[in-house]
Design a protein around this ligand. Structure first.
Ligand code: PEP
Ligand code: MG
Length: 754
């Protein structure tokens, strides 16, 4: 095959880039401008054909302008994704260069275009916001091979073209309904992570930097700027890596960043783009946009993760180039945070009450970020594929936790409908608030103790607001997660004392540190683990580092100062672990007694049932504990061997499944037989339908996130328990993977207020 005989642009596409911008900025009609652009490209690239296809809202690529093909085909030739070579460029979001196009399997002959004599084909995508919004094609009669730099150059041109086409979007619309940039209303379906409804403005967790100049005047100076930026980027990451007490992004993410910052392929593509005439920022943006488009097509979660890392790195480099040193910024009043995923501490880093809603691309409903969102009552929809690519900073969004949807740039009528629903929700809230002081008693007289889960000082207000009977789970690790050093004895004791004060004689169950898994506390965790959820997390860490656990127990004794104290240990997997942990409490009580501290008026020690192994050792455990609490979030993940934070397995298993319900029944029966108080403190206790199942199984103590307490109370007040039990228990014998549908029908039949 002959090598490229005609270099596209002797000194890069700068002249052409400028021409395109001038033509597109002129007053001529839009069609005339597009016609002129394809003409210029064909002339300067020495190609017989140059065509621009743009995306119609029907999803088809329509020929909008051509030099060389039959002009009659303009606005007539339309190709679907995957159809023809143009469709193939759309599908792969990557350039396609062929010396013998008709021989390619995807070649689709369109007689109206008159393209039979053209052999060589080079098509590149027009990308905006990570989506393919058009295709730019050049063709030659001879079966020539397009050189790598020509492909690069055409990509650069496509990038500028995508920008200018977006700039004349309104005018383009007069040529037909064309989707050239993500400014239209969109609705994405995701998964509910936290109930609620919010209307607000998108704020990117990692805000993108606006690119002011696309074309550089002096490519040599620009290349130096880029090199300097890359050096500073590497130095910045090295610096972060050398700091031993990291907060925020984990060390692993930073190591990956560092690796990518050295990646020759990435650096080379940036350098080439700058040499081709782009500004350093535009070069970074181009590489990022290309990666985004590929990310959209990638199926492998590992690759998607890595591509996202690369995107984050690009954002960081853009910041470096812009000379930005701080990431703090003012939030709008109605901020809806948009992120790929968040660690629980990330969310806490935003000022309290500053977020109206949260949209996540990934994550899972059982992750701690989702849990924190629920605790803070921030409506959250997760697993919204590509949401960040479809949104710009400041776009209006609706977070709909009821339907698990996100509306991006909704139409006014959709906003209006959401506003009315917000009003209805307010009324329901008022109804629930009206029931606040009613004890949760079923219609046939069974009293259910309704507790709430907490972990932050700000949760304490919820105790009075919900009328909960107490705190069934206080997650002490949150205090550790929002700091970058170990809180001392006084700081810990102070928090525990404040909680007991606020509870005002209502019971509070403090759970000792539950770190590990997705709850990262960098100053306490050494090294990385292959499987953090199965690793040295939770009570295992406390038992391996007794001073840590003892300090916490001491702080609990000090905080209680003679009051009633309830302590429980998380993730107990064997009786020995419980005995050892209890031994530390005894030792601390001795220590405190020797120093004359006031010991708790009553001390209750319990275990969380989260590891399935305990189910076969309940007869040994229960006589040793004062109470137990079932952590259904973890029990689910370990029973079904499905990581609670992994979105790809999040949908597979249901809490309302016969095996899981049978496990819960087994625990409840063993506790009833031994007279051990038992509660459920996983998230399911806060969802009325699941709470109904728990009560039907015989559980009489539920600890729910604050947002669930009122709803569960309302359900209980409408429940005829004995009748429900009779109809519910046979469902445990079903062989299906889930009995959710059956439980729902039963709830309807019983007229439950859900
Ligand atoms: C649970 O696992 O159900 C639980 C309540 O604990 P956490 O969600 O904090 O792991
Ligand atoms: Mg747990």
């Amino acid at each position: 095959m002959p090598k490229s005989q005609t270099p596209a642009f002797g000194s890069g596409p700068r002249v052409l880039l400028r021409q395109i911008r001038e033509v597109m900025a002129s007053d001529a009609p839009v069609q005339a401008r597009l016609d002129q652009v394809v003409k210029s490209i064909a002339r300067l690239m020495v190609t017989e054909v140059c065509s621009v296809y743009l995306l119609r809202s029907t999803g088809e690529m329509e020929l909008f302008a051509t030099q060389g093909l039959n002009p009659e085909a303009v606005h007539r030739t339309r190709l679907r994704e995957g159809e023809g070579l143009v469709g193939e460029v759309v599908r792969t979001a990557a350039p396609i260069a062929l010396s013998d196009a008709p021989a390619h399997a995807s070649f689709s002959y369109r007689p109206e275009t008159g393209e039979d004599p053209y052999s060589a084909f080079l098509g590149v995508p027009l990308l905006r916001g990570g989506r393919v919004v058009g295709v730019l094609v050049v063709q030659n009669q001879t079966s020539r091979v397009y050189a790598e730099d020509e492909v690069e150059d055409l990509q650069t041109i496509a990038m500028v073209l995508a920008e200018v086409v977006a700039g004349i979007e309104a005018a383009i619309d007069t040529l037909g309904e064309v989707e050239v940039s993500p400014h239209r209303p969109e609705r994405l379906k995701g998964q509910r992570f936290a109930d609620g409804l919010a209307i607000g403005r998108a704020v990117m967790h990692d805000p993108p930097i606006a690119i002011a100049h696309i074309v550089a005047d002096d490519p040599v100076a620009e290349e130096e700027r880029l090199e300097d930026g890359l050096l500073r980027l590497r130095a910045q990451i090295d610096n972060l890596l050398s700091v031993s007490h990291l907060s925020g992004p984990s060390i692993e993410v930073l190591e990956t960043y560092r690796m990518f910052a050295d990646d020759r392929g990435w650096v080379r593509s940036l350098e080439e783009a700058v040499r081709g005439g782009l500004s350093a920022e535009a070069a970074v943006d181009r590489a990022r946009t290309q990666h985004r488009a590929r990310f959209a097509a990638a199926k492998d979660p590992y690759i998607r993760e890595r591509l996202h890392d690369l995107e984050d790195l690009a954002n960081r480099l853009l910041r470096v180039l812009a000379g930005e040193v701080t990431t703090h910024r003012a939030l709008p009043e109605d901020a809806v945070l948009v992120a790929r995923n968040l660690g629980p501490a990330d969310l806490l880093e935003y000022p309290a009450g500053s977020l109206k809603g949260l949209l996540l691309e990934e994550g899972s409903a059982a992750s701690h970020a989702a849990l924190v969102a629920r605790a803070l009552e921030i409506p959250c929809v997760g697993r919204l594929s590509g949401v960040r690519d479809h949104l710009s900073e400041g776009d209006i969004v609706i977070v709909d936790g009821e339907t698990s949807e996100a509306h991006l740039r909704p139409r006014p009528d959709v906003i209006e409908a959401a506003r009315s629903r917000l009003l209805v929700r307010e009324t329901l809230r008022a109804d629930i608030a009206g029931l606040r002081d009613k004890p949760a008693v079923t219609r046939d007289g069974t009293r259910i103790t309704l507790l709430t889960n907490a972990g932050l000082i700000s949760d304490l207000a919820a105790l009075d607001a919900t009328g909960a009977d107490g705190i069934g789970l206080f997650r002490t690790e949150f205090q550790f997660m929002v700091q970058d050093r170990l809180p001392g004895l006084e700081a810990q004791a102070d928090l525990y004392s404040q909680i007991l004060d606020a509870a005002d004689n209502r019971p509070v169950t403090f759970r000792t540190l539950d770190i590990g898994g997705d709850k990262v506390v960098s100053f306490l965790q050494e090294g990385r683990e292959e499987n953090p959820a199965l690793g040295r997390r939770s009570i295992r860490l406390g038992l391996d580092r007794p001073p840590l656990l003892r300090l916490q127990i001491r702080a609990l004794l000090r905080g209680a100062r003679g009051r009633e104290l309830r302590v429980m240990f998380p993730l107990i997997a064997s009786i020995d672990e419980f005995t050892q942990a209890k031994g530390l409490v005894d030792a601390e009580c001795d220590w405190a007694r020797r120093r004359g501290w006031a010991l708790p008026s009553m001390l209750r020690i319990g275990a969380m049932i989260e590891a399935p192994a305990l189910l076969w050792h309940l007869d040994a455990l229960l006589p040793q504990t004062d109470f137990v609490s079932v952590g259904t979030n973890d029990l689910m993940q370990y029973m079904f061997a499905a990581d609670r934070t992994n979105p790809t397995v999040a949908d597979r298993y249901d809490t309302l499944s016969p095996p899981f319900l049978s496990a819960l029944a087994r625990i409840q029966e063993a506790c009833a037989a031994s007279g051990t108080p038992v509660s459920v403190c996983g998230e399911m206790a806060g969802r009325p339908l699941e709470a109904f199942a728990l009560v039907a199984l015989g559980y009489q103590r539920l600890s729910a996130p604050a947002a669930g307490v009122g709803l569960v109370r309302r359900m209980i007040l409408s429940l005829d328990l004995e009748k429900a039990r009779k109809l519910f228990l046979p469902l445990l014998g079903r062989t299906s993977g889930s009995v959710r549908g059956e439980v729902e029908s039963l709830a309807r039949k019983l007229n439950l207020a859900l």
